[in-house]
Design a protein around this ligand. Structure first.
Ligand code: NCD
Ligand code: ZN
Length: 349
């Protein structure tokens, strides 16, 4: 049995939702992650300091009493974003970063930005104050093929943006293409990589009939892209770090509307480990999971460690959402019903 320890990881891209779902899922992240960047695409998006403070309070209340987990809040940028609110929120440690969703690119993004140029003044101030910009990098133009939306975004939107704001600290989120991998490497950006984009290619969505379990945004691409992502994640290169993009949707909603999002927080560390082992790169895992992120964001690394053990780990078909001791809903986790080779055994002090 193989076993090793790594410094406690952080999740640099996470959806925690609200209400009962939040209460039922937070523990999957707070147990073994030190911090997580919490996405602001709640039903009413987090667009102000007050909303971020309120949402952070909901998250803290949902945490187990003894938890040291730290949620890092983000502001959802819109065409109406108030620059003073954003920068004040950053300077007063309410916002850790700002999130750019092109309008209608993904779940709960209808308030997103219609024209990136409208935000240039805001980016100017973010660049000056060192506030990170997190980008959902897809164009939303219906004429652009869904499998090309990341590449077109990089060439048409991101490229001019970084030329105009060379010192703006940018993270291209949940990258899915070899084009994104090279662009991030060549332009001094950061990038998060999800477990699911390391495991599946676009075939997964069509295996055994249309399968929304593997539908997320950006959608998984061709196999050559998955290979490029695996190489990037396991390379140890500082620009690539862990961001699960765990995005729970209740089973009934997935079935009804096929909403985009894969819930991977119950299996995220194990899922990544499987990939690192397959790539003979277990020795690079700590960099990806626990060091590259804090280095990019100039944050201290976590002090505690977690112990990882190679042992068969059967993943449940569903995670229950419980209210007053009654199951009121279910969410399908990534790898549902599969047996993985790794397990997190616990915290080592
Ligand atoms: C996310 C969600 O459900 O909030 N969905 C997804 O497919 N990743 C939104 C997002 O990050 O795009
Ligand atoms: Zn996301």
């Amino acid at each position: 049995m193989k076993t090793f320890t790594i410094l406690k990881p952080d999740d640099w891209h996470l959806h925690l939702r609200e209400g009962l779902v939040l209460k039922n899922i937070i523990n999957f992240t707070s147990k073994y992650f030190g911090r997580a960047i919490v996405m602001p695409n709640t039903k009413t998006p987090v667009t102000t300091i007050d909303k971020a403070i309120f949402y952070k309070k909901l998250i803290s209340e949902a945490l187990p009493k003894s938890s040291k987990f730290e949620p890092l809040m983000t502001m959802y940028l819109t065409d109406e974003t108030n620059k003073e609110e954003l920068i004040n929120g950053f300077k007063n440690n309410v916002f850790f970063a700002a999130k750019l969703y092109p309008a209608n690119a993904t779940t709960n993004s209808s308030h997103g930005v219609k024209k990136i140029e409208n935000l240039y003044e805001i980016f100017e101030s973010m660049q000056e104050s060192g506030m990170p910009l997190l980008i959902h990098g897809e164009v939303t133009d219906s004429e652009v093929d869904i499998f090309d939306r990341e590449e077109v975004f990089i060439d048409k939107e991101l490229s001019p943006l970084i030329q105009r704001f060379p010192k703006l600290k940018i993270v291209l989120e949940h990258i899915t293409t070899s084009h994104a991998v090279s662009f991030v490497e060549e332009n001094n950006l950061g990038a998060t990589i999800t477990p699911h984009h390391l495991h599946i290619n676009r075939n997964a969505m069509f295996f055994g009939g249309l399968n929304s379990d593997f539908y997320c945004l950006p959608v998984a691409k061709r196999e050559n892209n998955r290979i490029a992502l695996r190489k990037a994640a396991t390379s140890g290169k500082e620009c690539f770090f862990l961001g699960t993009d765990s995005a729970p949707h209740l089973r009934q909603w997935k079935a009804f509307c096929g909403c985009a999002g894969i819930f991977n927080s119950p299996v995220a560390i194990e899922s990544y480990l499987q990939v690192f082992e397959e790539e003979n790169a277990l020795d690079q895992f700590e960099k990806f999971a626990s060091l590259n992120g804090p280095n990019f964001y100039n944050m201290p690394i976590n002090k505690e460690k977690i112990r990882l053990v190679s042992r068969l780990n059967k993943i449940p078909e569903f995670i229950d959402v419980i209210d007053k001791n009654k199951v009121v809903g279910q969410i399908k986790p990534f790898h549902a019903g599969e047996t993985l080779n790794w397990q997190v055994e616990g915290i080592v002090n």
